[in-house]
Write a protein that binds this ligand. Structure first.
Ligand SMILES: NC(=O)c1ccc[n+]([C@@H]2O[C@H](COP(=O)([O-])OP(=O)(O)OC[C@H]3O[C@@H](n4cnc5c(N)ncnc54)[C@H](O)[C@@H]3O)[C@@H](O)[C@H]2O)c1
Length: 410
């Protein structure tokens, strides 16, 4: 028995400054679209005293690279009934250093040994993409729930197999597409679900970097290990953000094109990645995309344009735009959004004032929702298998279309 927290919802999107017109009519109209009852997606924990028995979730992490040090380790460690009990990395010096820094009791260089000796309840897979499938299957086999980093696998068929195994074993398998949990995305979702946009018939989503090729010459730029470049690395996030807001419609066909104009010349680089080895430019393997464009068509006729780039001579952007019959929205960057509508036949731009929610990071929300889901909280929202698989099917289709030069039916 222990003292735990009561859940309190408090983050209705607040509509703030109106840039062009302010009328009473407008204010009334906005109030109408505030979610009611309050949106349970974003919750804040209020320290109150309800006595309950909570399972202590033991977490084992495979991969001690860049992402786990700011994503998984600190966020699991910040949850009352979760504990990171073990960490594994083939790089012995690195796993020991990270385990010591974060006070993780057990460090391994062989993940199978970690699964056997520590038997974690939850396993995080955060290694080069090629290992996601075998590590996830081994963790499921060992009876653990799995949070697998994106992409779930290199190919759709592998992702489908992984989800089928998880279902068969009655275990949770979810993926690290955390941006959907951010406050502005949650606020936008409430506007879409509340009807502000009317029928959404088109969307445009992009993540475009100027100099943003990660891990140059490491697994990141090697197709056999990564499965793809910009598309599988950041395109997945841009895609999930749009599909989540669109309600994950069923994709019917896709056409895509990929390019590698910067990477092969050793240009457009950025210093992400635990490897950190400067290999120079000569002899470096770069056989993935550094720019991908695609168009997806969905059942019901709606369309989505995706534009993703690791390196470009173009402005940096992370933007998701939805076009609806009654209104539109633009998510601009990580923490800001705009709404668009006509009032009395005149166009109105609305700039909601941040903060839009509790300010909790999207990574924290990802792991918190997973733990709450495992605790049996019906309001916890994890990324469901159907959505993870739709994303994987679209990515697979884009790569096949780019290779064949033809539209691909999904
Ligand atoms: N969701 C997100 O926002 C996000 C952000 C960054 C990375 N990622 C994903 O997380 C994963 C890791 O990315 P990263 O940026 O941390 O990469 P990284 O290169 O920094 O780290 C990968 C680590 O895995 C280790 N490793 C390699 N083979 C291993 C094995 N067989 N067993 C154990 N450890 C092994 C490496 O030694 C390295 O320390 C990738 O799949 C990436 O796509 C997700």
């Amino acid at each position: 028995m222990r003292s735990c927290s009561r859940i309190k919802s408090n983050n209705r999107p607040r509509i703030g400054r109106i840039e062009r017109i302010t009328t009473d009519f407008f204010k009334i109209k906005i109030r109408q679209f505030q979610p009611n009852p309050p949106n349970p997606r974003s919750i804040q924990l209020e320290s109150e005293t309800i006595m309950t028995k909570a399972k202590q979730w033991r977490v084992g992490i495979i991969g001690a690279g860049t992402v786990v040090t700011y994503g998984h380790i600190p966020n699991f460690q910040s949850i009352d009934n979760a504990e990171v009990v073990a960490l594994c990395d083939v790089n012995q010096a690195r796993v020991q250093e990270v385990a010591t820094e974060y006070g993780i009791p057990h460090a391994y260089t062989d993940y199978r040994e970690m699964l056997e000796k520590d038997a974690p309840d939850i396993v995080v897979v955060a290694t080069p993409n090629v290992f996601h499938k075998p590590m996830t299957l081994d963790a499921l086999d060992a009876g653990a729930h799995v949070l697998c980093e994106k992409p779930l696998a290199l190919h759709y068929a592998d992702a489908e197999e992984m989800m089928a195994v998880a279902e068969e074993k009655g275990l949770v398998l979810t993926v690290g597409a955390h941006y959907r949990y951010s406050d502005p995305v949650q606020a936008c979702k409430a506007h879409v679900d509340g009807g502000f946009l009317g029928k959404v018939y088109a969307a445009r989503t992009s993540w475009q970097r100027r100099h943003g090729i990660p891990g140059y010459g490491s697994w990141f730029t090697n197709r056999e290990m990564a499965g793809g470049g910009a598309l599988l690395d950041i395109g997945i996030h841009a895609l999930d953000r749009a599909l989540y807001l669109m309600g994950y419609p069923k994709p019917l066909r896709v056409v895509g094109a990929t390019f590698a104009e910067f990477g092969p010349r050793g240009e457009g680089l950025f210093d992400w990645g635990a490897d950190g080895v400067d290999r120079g430019v000569q002899g470096v393997r770069f056989d993935v995309d550094d720019l991908t464009w695609a168009q997806v068509q969905f059942e019901g006729g709606s369309v989505l344009h995706l534009n993703v780039a690791w390196a470009t001579h173009a402005p940096e952007e992370f933007r998701t735009q939805l076009y609806g019959t009654e209104g539109g929205l633009l998510l601009d960057g990580f923490d800001k959004y705009m709404l668009y509508q006509d009032l009395d036949g005149k166009p109105v731009d609305i700039t909601p004032e941040p903060p839009y929610g509790s300010g909790v990071s999207s990574y924290r929300r990802l792991v918190e929702n997973l733990v709450r889901h495992l605790d049996g909280d019906p309001d916890a929202e994890i990324i469901p298998p159907e959505e993870a698989l739709i994303g994987a099917r679209i990515i697979d289709g884009i790569l096949r279309s780019a290779e064949s030069g033809r539209e691909v039916a999904l």
